[in-house]
Design a protein around this ligand. Structure first.
Ligand SMILES: [Mn+2]
Length: 322
């Protein structure tokens, strides 16, 4: 059911105990929007449980409240479940859904065009560049007070999902919201330094190895890199360590589509892809392989082995590039 932000406000304010969750392998938007909404609701006096399957990535641990995010390992009763930044129920582990089966109401707040519309109150705004922006707008509509700690989380969410306010999804509203966040007392320099200039060395080592193996196809219009599980283990890579690699190869002037292939421990291949122009929709390509996301940024899971998945996906990219 389509719900307005006012509908969400009403349901949230009527609840006493609230669980907030976002997708597995969380990124800056998932963590930032979870923490921002969590801190807002704590200020309103709600009993809040913040959940993710995976630990907060190292680069995001500095965010206020990050220690509150835990994995749910047992059934939990609550009045309300809020799911953030997750395009489908399958973006969150099956065990989680079993543990929250008794929660009567589910809010689905997201910005993925591929959102499946699960939940009781659904607010999907594909025009928003980040779920963090929707959390901000919800707080404004609801009249909930914000502070600098909440603002830091919102800034991290919006900044990371817009490629530091560079992607075309960044609108005038996004910039205005960023200004309002800074007005809360958020210091943009240190936040950006923590987000973008505090990499562990292994992350740069991974970048070096991945770039060494970079492939350019279709007249230089598609750049791709692949990460075999053996390299993940050799460099002891952690979740989030390879985030941003795709932006490096996407930045090549001739490149229209960039793809990152990662071999997972279960043998599946995780694909993340980026395009520069809507006519080369990677969202449509990923949908063909059971994935989804946005027009210019999308992902999918494919069966292995790595090289076979690579060839199949790149063949689809070739079709789109024409
Ligand atoms: Mn997002």
């Amino acid at each position: 059911m389509d719900a307005t932000l006012s509908d969400l406000k009403e349901r949230i304010e009527a609840a006493g105990t609230i669980v907030i969750v976002s997708h597995d392998r969380p990124d800056g938007d998932a963590i930032g929007s979870t923490l921002a909404l969590g801190l807002i609701l704590e200020k309103l006096g709600k009993a809040v449980t913040l959940v993710n399957r995976d630990p907060v990535p190292e680069s995001l641990v500095f965010l206020p409240g990050s220690e509150k995010i835990t994995r749910l390992t047992a059934p939990l009763a609550a009045d309300l479940l809020v799911v953030l930044d997750a395009a489908g129920k399958d973006r969150i582990e099956a065990a989680f859904w079993e543990h929250v089966a008794a929660i009567p109401t589910v809010i689905n707040l997201d910005h993925h065009i591929s959102n499946t519309g699960f939940g009781d109150l659904v607010h999907v705004d594909a025009g928003a560049p980040a779920t963090g922006q929707l959390v901000f707008q919800l707080a404004r509509v609801a009249g909930w007070p914000l502070d600098a700690a909440i603002g830091e989380n919102l800034l991290a969410a919006i900044s990371t999902d817009t490629g530091s306010f560079r992607y075309p999804s960044t609108t005038a509203a996004t910039m205005r919201i960023a200004g309002e966040i800074l007005d809360l007392g958020v210091d943009v320099g240190p936040v950006n330094q923590r987000l973008y200039e505090s990499y562990p060395l292994r992350r740069v080592k991974a970048l070096r190895r991945l770039l060494q193996g970079m492939r350019l196809d279709f007249g230089g219009r598609c750049a791709s890199v692949k990460l075999p599980l053996a390299l993940t283990r050799e460099l002891d890579l952690q979740l989030g360590d390879t985030e941003g690699v795709i932006d490096v190869i996407r930045a090549i002037d001739t490149v229209q589509v960039a793809v990152f292939f990662e071999e997972l421990p279960d043998g599946k291949i995780r694909i993340s892809s980026r395009a520069k122009e809507p006519r080369h929709s990677v969202g449509a390509i990923c949908a063909r392989f059971g994935g989804g996301g946005h027009t210019l940024a999308a992902g999918a899971r494919m069966a292995g082995p790595l090289d076979a998945a690579e060839e199949r996906f790149l063949a689809a990219v070739k079709e789109v590039l024409g």
